[in-house]
Design a protein around this ligand. Structure first.
Ligand code: SER
Length: 341
């Protein structure tokens, strides 16, 4: 039986999946197999060569996929985000860690089956960092990839460990096996800041206040922000995040000096974001009522990250600064979205 060659996108019904699948379809380079617990919306599904619903924790389900499809690239986007994971940490571990292990195993088996490396692109997160308090966070400024790696959330621990798992599969897999077994999984990861899309809302994250504030304003709804006005973490417009995934995918192995990269774009405080939103939507009512526990999580994330390595090794350059994100990407699209409903 001939297996169909595809690029596998797990989390295909999620926020990043939405942006990535549209972009992959525009590029026309790949046939996409989208995987998620639920079907992606119709417009996303229409852009896929195939859609399958199932759980990445279920190895038999993944084995069945392998009988149907030949997979040479994996974008493993499926995850339970940081706020939701704190309510069900063991389940988060299952999805975020066991799920990733299952996908790495799938990639290893695929590489063995078709005799070439499988590129495995993994979105990690600023949640892998853990700064002890706001004073230290302010003093730390732009954090490098190997500093402050003591995450306070289950999600952050999961992402950090999966970075190690990926590196292990890529470099040290079964290193003592007599036949000197290499996995041929070419693992590459990007630590994303909070992502903001004009078309979708995240679900269950802790950086969600920024996208929520903007989407609420577009819909004429008041917004109560769950962090203090002076809270500062990095954010990025979704199109830049998608381009970063594709740029890292395409980078020749010889240009990469590491497997995990920071990327940065802009880092307004929650108060500065609120001012921009109020300027665009003068009737918008934004109030600040910090949820002390979620605040603690955001306070442990850096206020900026150092992305020198990504710029140098694979030419990362965000196209959207905060002004352009707001005025050219978010405002026109969220306004159109509201009119379209
Ligand atoms: N946006 C994610 C979250 O808030 C962080 O990667 O959980």
């Amino acid at each position: 039986m001939v297996r169909r060659p595809v690029v596998l996108v797990t989390g295909g019904a999620g926020e990043v999946g939405h942006g990535l699948i549209h972009r992959l379809a525009e590029g026309g380079r790949f046939d996409v197999l989208a995987l998620d617990l639920r079907s992606p919306d119709g417009a996303v599904a229409a852009r896929c060569a195939a859609v399958r619903t199932g759980d990445i924790v279920d190895r038999r389900f993944l084995d069945r996929l392998r009988s149907e499809f030949e997979i040479s690239i994996v974008f493993h986007l499926a995850a339970l985000l940081s706020t939701r994971a704190e309510f069900v940490p063991e389940r988060a571990h299952e999805i975020n860690v066991e799920g990733t292990l299952n996908l790495l195993r799938l990639a290893t088996e695929e590489a063995r089956a078709h005799g070439g490396p499988v590129r495995f692109v993994f979105p990690s997160s600023i949640a892998v960092y853990g700064l002890p308090d706001v004073t230290t966070k302010r003093a730390a400024g732009r954090v490098r990839e190997d500093a402050w790696l003591e995450p306070v959330t289950m999600y952050g621990c999961n992402k950090l460990y999966c970075e190690h798992l990926g590196r292990y599969f890529a470099r040290h897999y079964r290193q003592l096996a007599p036949e000197g077994d290499a996995s041929r999984v070419d693992f590459r990861a990007i630590r994303f800041p909070g992502l903001i899309s004009a078309f979708t809302l995240p679900s269950g994250g802790t950086s969600d206040y920024a996208p929520e504030m903007i989407h609420a304003a577009a819909q004429g709804k008041p917004y109560t922000c769950f962090v203090r006005e002076d809270t500062r973490i990095p954010f990025m417009a979704m199109p830049d995040a998608i381009e970063a995934l594709l740029a890292l995918l395409d980078a020749p192995p010889s240009s990469l000096t590491r497997r995990v990269y920071n990327v940065a774009a802009f880092n307004p405080s929650a108060g500065e974001l609120a001012s921009m939103v109020r300027h665009a939507f003068p009737d918008e009512r934004i109030t600040f009522e910090p949820d002390l526990r979620r605040q603690r999580i955001v306070d442990s994330w850096p206020e900026d990250v150092d992305d020198t390595a990504a710029r140098r090794d694979w030419g990362f350059r965000p196209a959207y600064d905060v002004e352009r994100t707001f005025h050219e990407y978010l405002l026109p699209n969220v306004r159109r979205g509201v009119e379209g409903h």
